[in-house]
Design a protein around this ligand. Structure first.
Ligand code: P6P
Length: 292
């Protein structure tokens, strides 16, 4: 990666960290639903729209960022000079508030960031950095970049290293699976019946909070293919690629049921959905064998 690109990645990560007090502070008073839906047909909270506009403003102002895409927007927004496919400019994709339905119940949620050195929709292998911010009892930011995962505590918008080498533990402890049980495919349900004999259930409705438990304690998280939704619920550009990148960089594995999430071919739809499974490699291997 060029020095210019490294500097742009630094600026993007700093911008997301510095936006956290505004996003977290902006949650208060924005718990109401707008009369709008996002491109995935999900009702938008005032907080979703606020976080999306704030991130576009901050990220779009960075030299070297050419494209901004968001789970809350229909298409990709050209925000700067350059072409992410040609001259080293970068394209950023965000889920501004992952798990925003948890706001009404005052549970954890966060922001997901993907930084690609290719135009969006891009491949997971085009990621140069991925991150998620977790608004929990404290605000943390977990970043995958250059083959390592670093967890920061974010205080007043500044990042302080909390764990310089985040690695998923060898012995798994927790699991969390989205979707309704009657909507699971039989082969996935058979896998669940094995896992639930071995691990403890941790599922809270905000993927990054659940994934953070998997990265912290070891285990597996999935929002699988469903009978009613063969491609599952989560989006490749904003969730599958960055979360797969973070978990794989932390020594775990990811899968769409067949292959690494980072090898899933974009189909041209920015809001392409993908079955998402991440966790300890042995558990993902068992999952792929079960779905085979
Ligand atoms: P369900 C939040 O809406 C989200 O996109 C993920 O963060 C979370 O894992 C999932 O959807 C929760 O979906 O169907 O359990 O409400």
């Amino acid at each position: 990666m060029s020095v210019q690109m490294e500097d742009t990645v630094d600026a993007v990560l700093d911008a997301v960290a510095s936006a956290t007090p505004d996003i977290r502070g902006g949650l208060v008073g924005r718990r109401s639903y707008q009369d709008t839906e996002n491109e995935s047909g999900e009702r938008q909270l005032a907080a979703d729209v606020y976080a999306d506009r704030l991130l576009e403003e901050r990220l779009g102002a960075i030299d070297g960022v050419a494209e901004y895409a968001s789970e809350e927007r229909e298409g990709v927004v050209d925000v700067g000079e350059g072409d992410a496919d040609v001259d080293g400019a970068l394209a950023v994709a965000v889920d501004p508030l992952d798990g925003s339905s948890n706001l009404k119940s005052n549970n954890a949620m966060g922001t997901i960031l993907a930084v690609y050195d290719a135009s969006i929709p891009a491949r997971g292998r085009d990621l140069v950095a991925s991150a998620f911010v977790l608004y929990g009892p404290i605000t943390t930011m977990t970043v995958a970049r250059d083959g390592e995962v670093v967890e920061y505590e974010v205080v007043d918008g500044d990042r302080r290293v909390r764990d310089a080498d985040v690695t998923i533990p060898d012995d798994p402890v927790v699991y969390g699976f989205g979707g309704r049980v009657p909507d699971w495919h039989d082969d996935f349900e058979a896998y669940v019946r094995e896992i639930e004999q071995e691990l403890k259930l941790r599922y809270g409705g905000a993927m990054i909070a659940d994934v953070n438990q998997v990265v912290e304690y070891g285990g597996v998280f999935a929002y699988p293919s469903l009978e009613s939704a063969p491609d599952g619920k989560l989006r490749l550009q904003f969730e599958g690629n960055p979360i797969g990148h973070i978990v794989e960089t932390a020594g775990g594995a990811s899968s769409d049921g067949t292959r690494s999430l980072l090898d899933v071919e974009p189909d041209g739809d920015v809001h392409q959905r993908v079955p998402l499974h991440v966790g300890n490699e042995a558990l993902i291997d068992r999952l792929e064998a079960a779905l085979d």
